[in-house]
Design a protein around this ligand. Structure first.
Ligand SMILES: *[C@@H]1O[C@H](CO)[C@@H](O)[C@H](O)[C@H]1NC(C)=O
Ligand SMILES: *[C@@H]1O[C@H](CO)[C@@H](O)[C@H](O)[C@H]1NC(C)=O
Length: 224
């Protein structure tokens, strides 16, 4: 009996193992990873290729929104200086300066309340221009981030696209430095970042997103 049961058990366990291995690649507890998944499924549904999730670019996306210093109302008018990429973002993330590649598109939005990645997607891609950036064939890779300030909100979401070669661009030596990570979450590093301490999600995220009082429903999408 046992001789028959074992292969059967293995046959039952193998798919479960494969499933867990697949989900380990991108953390379920990371809203930035979830946003990248939504971006890629929307791209493939419109016959655009998927873009690679690059942790160096994701970390830079997080520094990009930290540069706003929590000023939600400035997300439309201002953006960090180009020189910030080489002067602060790359060094903070441990990204080798020589591997920085061209940013081919960005989507940035800010909300007073935490929303789900799906709602953030809709806010970031809320017009024809946003859709054009989302579906552009110029992109080969992506980095996404969500960040709160120390007190929790407001919540900035940022997606940066690049046309760099995924394996050689935005290259991080070893690991992204801890100081570059929390508060906030970025994609591509398999960081389990949910929880009140990192400022990305408040305990009542589900209820809050239902309330959805969007004080600053400013989402902007600008092409370069
Ligand atoms: C892709 O996203 C756009 C913008 O939110 C939406 O209008 C469209 O229905 C989405 N496509 C699919 C296949 O989900
Ligand atoms: C793709 O890149 C080309 C060359 O830089 C640019 O002219 C074009 O507007 C870009 N397309 C999109 C959809 O951003």
């Amino acid at each position: 009996m046992a001789m028959f049961a074992r292969p059967l058990l293995a046959a039952l366990l193998l798919p479960a193992f494969l499933l867990s291995a697949a989900s380990a690649a991108d953390s379920k507890n990371n809203p930035a990873d979830q946003l990248v998944t939504l971006i890629n499924s929307n791209r493939t549904a419109s016959k655009a290729s998927t873009v690679s999730d690059n942790q160096g670019l994701g970390c830079i996306a997080l520094q990009y929104i930290k540069a706003y210093e929590g000023q939600c109302d400035q997300v439309d008018e201002k953006k960090p200086m180009e020189s910030s990429f080489t002067d602060t973002f790359a060094p903070t993330c441990g990204v080798q300066a020589t591997t920085l590649s061209k940013i081919t598109g960005r989507l940035v939005g800010c909300q007073s309340k935490y929303v789900s990645p799906a709602e953030a997607f809709d806010i970031l891609v809320n017009d024809a221009k946003g859709l054009q950036i989302l579906h552009s064939k110029n992109h080969t890779e992506v980095g996404a981030a969500v960040s709160g300030t120390d007190r929790g909100g407001p919540y900035f979401w940022c997606v940066l696209f690049s046309d760099g070669k995924p394996t050689t661009s935005f290259k991080v030596d070893g690991e992204v430095p801890k100081t570059a990570i929390h508060p906030g979450c970025f994609s591509g590093n398999n960081d389990d970042c949910m929880g009140p301490t990192n400022g990305a999600i408040s305990i009542n995220a589900g209820a809050l997103s239902l309330v959805g009082a969007l004080l600053f429903a400013v989402a902007c999408a600008f092409a370069l």
